[in-house]
Design a protein around this ligand. Structure first.
Ligand SMILES: [Zn+2]
Length: 405
């Protein structure tokens, strides 16, 4: 299977990274314009082959001659990106995936800029551990862990906070973990980040909440600065940096928790989120902040990597309407009802844990419903039980190198 490994890189001033980003953007926009004009004129869709020919021809014109100063692979990959954007757009229209907008023109002000070098580009990692990119030069890399095998592709990404990352695609074999009898259902809730069918309730760890607090403060500072002022510009950079740190902390939390769950269980079941649907409601903020889809994606690839089973159950399974002890369906309950007693069997149930048990059962996993019953003196999980460590909140970018898919 393919995994992605990200590392912080530091292009030096003299390097031609900016030009590579610029050329990739111009090629993307030229190709998008060609397709848009054809559509406006009622002409057929311009094929990928035709766009490629147009690119080659444009390099011979004085207006676009400078495109020859970057690797042609980068430019070809930019055309690929446009094709992918169109494919996603068309698939959305056909109902094959959630709907999304038509491809848009890229701007130099975009928050994320990227260029991709495939094996054909002849990029390499030097003996001294630098990343050598054709027509760019040698970039210093902060190697936070070693790559399991030789990567085929590298994407260099620049974020709005002015940080650069090299993201390598690596082919790895799955490594089987010793088998276990444990299975688990997970409910991704609003009161907690996640609730397991064994009754464990997991909240965001302290290092993530601290990063979120810092971000909130930076945003407040920004809102108080006068428009157009120098201080406002400085505050904006601080917000961007705090955003990046929060994203790093969140990813670290997701990695720690998903690894722990996959190690401890032979099979894992989660509810399909249909996050896009939920996001339209007033729950939008918490849904996005919780980053559930990123988390479940990690569970899925780690299950594949370590020989575990991953189940995603249908989104319309009535997980809060059914008693996990006796299976009687006694109808929907408003969100404020957190516990209730089953009228059929008399079990006293916790809403979230009941849902987690039902998720496991819907996936055909044999879990005990005992966890869903409220036990006297049930204490909320300690922060440390979330599998995190205070030291995990390290310098920005230090999480780089953990596979992110
Ligand atoms: Zn019951």
């Amino acid at each position: 299977m393919q995994l992605r490994y990200s590392f912080r890189v530091y292009p030096s001033a003299g390097q031609r990274m900016a030009r590579a980003f610029g050329c990739a953007r111009v090629v993307f926009n030229d190709a998008l314009r060609a397709r848009e004009s054809a559509r406006a004129a009622g002409l057929p869709f311009v094929s990928s082959g035709e766009l490629s020919k147009q690119l080659t021809a444009s390099k011979k014109t004085p207006e676009r001659a400078w495109l020859a100063e970057v690797s042609s692979v980068v430019l070809q990959q930019s055309l690929r990106d446009l094709d992918t954007a169109y494919k996603n757009f068309f698939d959305g229209l056909k109902g094959k995936r959630p709907k999304m907008g038509a491809p848009r023109f890229k701007s130099r002000k975009d928050k994320r800029q990227s260029v991709r070098f495939t094996a054909n580009a002849g990029w390499k990692i030097t003996a001294g551990g630098k990343l050598r990119l054709p027509k760019v030069g040698d970039l210093a890399v902060k190697w936070s862990r070693s790559l399991p095998s030789v990567p085929s592709t590298v994407t260099v990404v620049k974020h709005s906070a002015g940080r650069y990352f090299a993201s390598f695609v690596v082919e790895t074999d799955s490594e089987m973990l010793p088998a276990t009898d444990n299975v688990v259902g997970i409910d991704l809730g609003l009161t907690h980040f996640a609730i397991l069918s064994d009754g464990t309730k997991i909240d965001s760890p302290r290092f993530l909440r601290r990063a979120e607090k810092k971000l909130k403060k930076a945003q407040q500072d920004l809102s108080r600065k006068a428009k157009g002022s120098k201080n406002r510009a400085k505050a904006r950079i601080k917000v961007a940096r705090a955003h990046a740190q929060t994203a790093d902390a969140r990813r670290e939390f997701h990695h720690q928790l998903s690894t722990k769950i996959i190690r401890e269980n032979q099979a894992v079941a989660v509810e399909d989120l249909a996050v896009k649907g939920l996001a339209r409601t007033r729950l939008a903020k918490s849904v996005h902040d919780a980053g559930w889809s990123a988390f479940t994606a990690m569970l899925e690839y780690k299950a594949a990597l370590y020989g575990r089973t991953f189940h995603r159950i249908g989104r319309f399974e009535p997980t809060s309407q059914v008693c996990s002890a006796c299976g009687v369906k006694d109808g929907p309950k408003p969100l404020h009802i957190r516990t209730w007693t089953c009228g059929a069997c008399g079990a006293h149930l916790d809403r979230d844990i009941n849902a987690a048990v039902n998720v496991a059962k819907a996936a055909g996993l044999a879990v005990s419903a005992c966890g869903a019953r409220i036990r006297p003196g049930l204490v909320p999980a300690q922060r440390e039980e979330t599998g995190t460590h205070p030291k995990a909140s390290r310098a920005p970018g230090s999480q780089a190198g953990i596979p992110v898919l």
